[in-house]
Design a protein around this ligand. Structure first.
Ligand SMILES: Nc1ncnc2c1ncn2[C@@H]1O[C@H](COP(=O)(O)OP(=O)(O)OP(=O)(O)O)[C@@H](O)[C@H]1O
Length: 320
């Protein structure tokens, strides 16, 4: 677990970047730090791996105060992914990922094997991409190499600063999905900085909304954040489209289903699982051009969902 207690950072010129921040990240949790430009997100992230030293407060990882640890050893246990991936331009992709295992004293053969495994893990076939140079990859592919390299030491903690910022929106969603899949497998404790509320809501188990001066305006699950913004600042920041955003995080509610009896098969879109979101349900209705969608619990149909049901489920989730 990562715990920040009363952490603050005032730069030498007097800028208060972060003000008395308390924040906990549970083991295996993905937490997004989101907020407008200059509100102290990156400073907070860099204090966790001591690229920046806090002015006040303590930061602990699994109960150990990071300021008492040797910074080099500390950073070995923490993967760090940044927007400008910082690959070595004159080294091939495999060699780039091998750097970290070699640093740990692995043999060349073991390091190469590990690099290939990691490239596979992030969806890059090592036999196709391993011998290319960074400039021969797309921005999204370079970003994946950055993630592979950050995972090379199998660190329990991963810090990511705008990791998907440099790519176009479609590639971005793709990379987000891939990372979420990877995270489900690896279960790292992740702190991810983004200025994009959609990314935060999509990726985070919990989302910390920062206001200017590194003030924590709200720390909550995406559903809570969208359903119950703590104040006007958060409400403004999550935006007028928060109802729409809630679709992406609100699960189907069994209570809002209608009975299957009497519904003709022709009016149903492809069936979806009960653990899908309302957005997925609407997407199927639109894609299949049907007024309702069948909902299954395992192999059993449990009812149908209509746009009215989606509306009721959304309203109910806002009342909770
Ligand atoms: N080395 C520095 N010296 C003085 N002020 C700094 C320094 N680094 C950052 N700041 C200031 O501290 C504040 C917080 O910066 P930080 O980079 O943490 O914000 P951020 O939320 O990550 O912003 P962005 O989304 O634009 O990257 C800003 O006002 C910034 O100008």
């Amino acid at each position: 677990m990562i715990r920040l207690s009363g952490v603050g950072k005032t730069y030498d010129d007097g800028t208060v970047a972060v003000h008395e921040l308390d924040l906990e990240v549970r083991r295996g949790e993905l937490v997004c730090l989101v907020g407008p430009s200059g509100c102290g997100k990156s400073t907070t992230l860099k204090m966790i791996n001591r690229l920046i030293e806090p002015t006040v407060g303590t930061i602990e990882i699994d109960g150990v105060d990071v300021t008492r640890q040797d910074p080099v050893l500390l950073r070995r246990g923490i993967g760090y992914v940044i927007q400008q991936v910082g690959l070595f331009p004159h080294q091939k992709i495999t060699a780039n990922v091998m750097t970290v295992p070699l640093l740990y004293g692995e043999s060349k053969a073991t390091a190469r094997e590990r690099a290939h495994h990691l490239l596979d893990l992030v969806g890059l076939d090592p036999s196709t991409y391993g011998d290319r140079y960074p400039h021969q990859l797309s921005g999204g592919q370079r970003q994946r190499v950055g993630v592979a390299r950050a995972l090379a030491a199998d660190p329990p903690v991963l810090l990511m600063d705008e990791p998907f910022g440099a790519v176009d929106p479609i590639v971005r969603v793709h990379l987000q999905d891939e990372f979420l899949r990877l995270q489900r497998e690896l279960g790292k404790s992740v702190v991810l900085v983004t200025h994009d509320i959609d990314e935060a809501v999509r990726m985070g188990d919990r989302v910390a909304v920062f206001a200017a001066g590194g003030r924590l305006a709200q720390y909550a699950t995406p559903a809570d954040l969208l359903g119950r913004p703590a104040d006007d600042f958060v409400a403004d920041f999550v935006g007028a489209e928060r109802g729409l955003r809630r679709l992406t995080v609100t699960p189907i509610d069994r209570a809002q289903l209608e009975p299957l009896e009497g519904v003709s098969a022709g009016s149903l879109g492809a069936a979806i699982d009960l653990d899908s979101t309302l957005e997925e349900a609407l997407a199927v209705m639109l894609r299949d051009d049907k007024p309702m969608v069948g909902v299954k619990d395992g192999v059993r149909f449990v009812g149908v969902l209509t746009p009215n049901g989606v509306h009721r489920a959304l309203r109910a989730s806002l009342r909770d």
